[in-house]
Design a protein around this ligand. Structure first.
Ligand code: G6P
Length: 459
C-alpha cells in the first residue's frame, strides 16, 4: 500500500495519554492503518522558525513532521490571511472579511515554506492529501517543484458562490492552484457545484465530464465527501457519560428544568449572538418557559488574535449579562455560558441529557456537533435537534427542526415547538435523522476520498 502523507495547517501530535478529538482522530487512524506521515505546523511560534528544520516524532505507528511559524508568519498567514480573510470569505460572510495585501504575500510564502520543508521528506510512492483553506496554493507549488505523485485536496469549509470569490484578492490564482491537484473534495454538492462554476468562469477550466475539469492539459476530479462521525461509538460514550459525576451535578442543578444545549468554538460563523437573541425571544414571546428551561452554551475560545473574534467575545459578554440580568430571577439563571472547552466525554453526556440541541451557525461546512447530538440521544426518549439550514449537515438531517439562524422569531418558535414536542414526533424525527448516520463512519469518509483519489490517478 502507498504511504499516505497528510498535510494540514495544524498537526495535533498525540501527547502521552491524550488523544485529540473529532476529525483529528480520523486522520490519525487513517495514517496508522495505511502507514504514513502528517506534516504541518506544530502550533508554536519562534523567531528562528524559518531556519529550523522539521521536527520528526513518532507516535502510534505514525510519523509527525512539524515546523514552527515566526511571530510575523503567525500574524500575517494564520491570524491574518487564513482566518481574517479566507475563513469569512469561504463562509460567505463579507462583513467579517479583513484584507491586507502584505498578509497575502506571507500566506504565499508560508505555503512555499511548507512546500520546501515537505519536499525532502517525500518518497516516490507517496499519496499526498492536503487539507483546508490555509493551504490552497500548496498543490500547485509542489507540482512546480516536479512532484508528480497523486495529490488530493479536501476543503472542510463551504466553498462560496462565484460572486463572493470576486472579492477574494487573486481569487483566480487560488482556483488555478487548486486545479493542480488530482482530486478536489468538498463537503456538499452545492460546494462542489460552486467550485465547478467558478473554475470555469474565473480560471478558464473546461468541464469534460460531470465530475471532471480539464485545465492546462491536466484533468482534475471534483466531488462531495460529507465528513461523518462514528455514531455507535459516540452513542456509547454518551450513554456512559450520563452517569458521570459531572452529569449528576448538572442534573441536580437543573432541578427538573429542561436543558437546551449548544457547543461550538467561539467563532463569528457560529451564529452565537443570534442564537442568544433567539433564546431571549423565546422567553419574551413564550413566557410559559420562564423558570422551566436552562440554556447551556459552551463556546471554547478560539483564534483570540483575530479582531472579529475579540469583538464577538465582547458582544457576547454584553448579551449574556443583559439576558441573565433582565430575564433571570433570584433562583433561576436562564443562560449558562462557558468559554472553557470541556472533555469530549462530558460533552457527549450533556448532549444526551439535553432535551434540545440548539445548533445555529450562520454557515458551516458540515457541523459534526449536529451529527453527534443525534447519535447521543436515548432512542426511547430522544431530544430534538434545532439546526441551521446553512450547515452542510442540514442536507442530511432534514428531519431536524431546520431554522434560519438570523431570524430570532424563527429560532424562538422552533425552541417553543421543540420544548413542547410530543414523544411520538420526537422519536419519528430522531429516527429519520439517525437513519442518515447509519452505516457511516468517520474512517469511511477518509477511505472513500482516498479510494476515489486512487481511482482517479489510475484512469
Ligand atoms: C475549522 C477548520 C480547521 C481548523 C479548526 C480549528 O474546523 O476547518 O482547519 O483546524 O477549525 O481552528 P484552528 O484555527 O484552531 O486550527
Amino acid at each position: 500500500m502507498k504511504r499516505l502523507v497528510i498535510v494540514s495547517n495544524r498537526v495535533p501530535v498525540p501527547k502521552e495519554g491524550l488523544r485529540p478529538g473529532g476529525l483529528a482522530v480520523v486522520l490519525h487512524d487513517l495514517l496508522a492503518l495505511q502507514g504514513g506521515m502528517w506534516f504541518g505546523w506544530n502550533g508554536t511560534t519562534s523567531a528562528d522558525a524559518e531556519t529550523t528544520p522539521p521536527q520528526i516524532q513518532h507516535a502510534g505507528g505514525v510519523e509527525y513532521a512539524t515546523i514552527g511559524l515566526t511571530p510575523a508568519e503567525h500574524k500575517h498567514y494564520y491570524t491574518g490571511f487564513s482566518n481574517s480573510t479566507l475563513w469569512p470569505l469561504m463562509h460567505s460572510l463579507p462583513e467579517f472579511i479583513h484584507f491586507e495585501r502584505r498578509e497575502l504575500s506571507t500566506y504565499w510564502s508560508v505555503n512555499e515554506r511548507f512546500c520546501e520543508n515537505l519536499l525532502p521528506l517525500l518518497r516516490d510512492d507517496d499519496t499526498i492529501w492536503i487539507h483546508d483553506y490555509h493551504l490552497l496554493p500548496l498543490a500547485a507549488q509542489l507540482r512546480r517543484k516536479g512532484v508528480n505523485m497523486p495529490i488530493g485536496f479536501f476543503l472542510h469549509t463551504p466553498f462560496p458562490a462565484p460572486d463572493m470569490l470576486a472579492i477574494a484578492p487573486d481569487g483566480g490564482t487560488f482556483l488555478r492552484d487548486m486545479l493542480c491537484a488530482d482530486l478536489l473534495g468538498f463537503q456538499t454538492s452545492d460546494d462542489t457545484a460552486n467550485f465547478i462554476f467558478a473554475a470555469q468562469r474565473t480560471a478558464g477550466a473546461r468541464l469534460v465530464a460531470p465530475d471532471t475539469l480539464s485545465f492546462e492539459g491536466h484533468t482534475v476530479r471534483v466531488g462531495s465527501f460529507a465528513v461523518e462521525i462514528d455514531p455507535d461509538a459516540f452513542a456509547r460514550t454518551a450513554a456512559e457519560a450520563v452517569e458521570a459525576p459531572e452529569l449528576k451535578q448538572l442534573r441536580s442543578s437543573l432541578a427538573g428544568r429542561k436543558l437546551i444545549f449548544g457547543v461550538d468554538r467561539m467563532d463569528p460563523t457560529k451564529g452565537l449572538c443570534d442564537r442568544l437573541a433567539g433564546y431571549d425571544r423565546l422567553l419574551e414571546s413564550y413566557p410559559i418557559w420562564q423558570r422551566n428551561v436552562t440554556f447551556l452554551q459552551i463556546a471554547a475560545e478560539s483564534r483570540v488574535d483575530v479582531p472579529s473574534y475579540r469583538a464577538l467575545r465582547q458582544e457576547l459578554e454584553g448579551m449574556i449579562g443583559k439576558l441573565n440580568a433582565q430575564r433571570g430571577q433570584a433562583d433561576w439563571t436562564p443562560l449558562r455560558f462557558l468559554t472553557r472547552g470541556s472533555a469530549r466525554r462530558v460533552v457527549a453526556g450533556y448532549m444526551r441529557q439535553a432535551q434540545i440541541g440548539y445548533i445555529t451557525p450562520l454557515r458551516d461546512g458540515m457541523n459534526l456537533v449536529a451529527k453527534e447530538y443525534v447519535a447521543a440521544q436515548d432512542p426511547d426518549d430522544p431530544g430534538v435537534l434545532i439546526l441551521s439550514r446553512m450547515a452542510g449537515a442540514a442536507r442530511q438531517l432534514e428531519a431536524a427542526l431546520l431554522v434560519n439562524p438570523l431570524d430570532h422569531d424563527d429560532l424562538a418558535d422552533a425552541l417553543n415547538r421543540a420544548l413542547g414536542m410530543p414523544k411520538a414526533e420526537r422519536r419519528e424525527r430522531w429516527q429519520a435523522c439517525r437513519t442518515h448516520l447509519e452505516g457511516c463512519t468517520a474512517l469511511g469518509w477518509g477511505q472513500a476520498f482516498l479510494r476515489t483519489l486512487e481511482a482517479t490517478v489510475a484512469r
